[in-house]
Write a protein that binds this ligand. Sequence first.
Ligand code: OGA
Ligand code: MN
Length: 218
Amino acid sequence: MNDTELSRSLASRGYAVREGFVDEAHIAALAAEARELYREGRFRRAGIGASRKLARDIRGDEIWWIDIPTAEQARYLARLAELASEVNRALLLGLISVECHLARYAAGLGYDRHRDRQQGDDARVLSCTLYLNDDWQPEDGGQLRLHPPGEPALDVLPRAGTMACFLSDELEHEVLPARRARWSLTSWLRRRSHDPLDARGIPLVFPEADSSRRRPRR
Ligand code: OGA
Ligand code: MN
């Protein structure tokens, strides 16, 4: 599946599962950085809802929000901007920015069935999770379980290189507990909020339009 097929799948089914969205070396670098940030004690227990209430029985991950991206993370955000540009062109979603966090679920912990758009936030449109786990086997568990309306549930293994994308306000999903630590990089692509004071997210920097089609300056 390429980016065009991904956006077609989003349009027709509300989700897409994409292999090879970024190359293996890049994933390895992102995964190594995530482990390093975790060792430095930078991750925090994730909360739920706009108030970020702690509820470990609902949601067990520890997260680190990307405010100032590292070089590898910036490269990933640039890749997401390419995807957003294609999705905007094909589906007119008006994506302009991205919120992003690294997450680690300790063995045995998951995230109950939920949707990603929080009350009072109308701007999250597309959820995209890139998995960072080498050698992940079905018996390790930790599947992302998607619940598309009117379709059977679909399980996605959190294998390095797999990216799951879905419409944030429509698709219910859950994270099943795993038997080993589970690492991921989740991004929410955002449109302009109706709240004029809402400046959440990092602006997407879209790739240059094809310069050969521009008229030469005189
Ligand atoms: C989330 C979430 C899915 C996953 O962070 O909201 O649902 O597979 N994550 O990590
Ligand atoms: Mn979610």
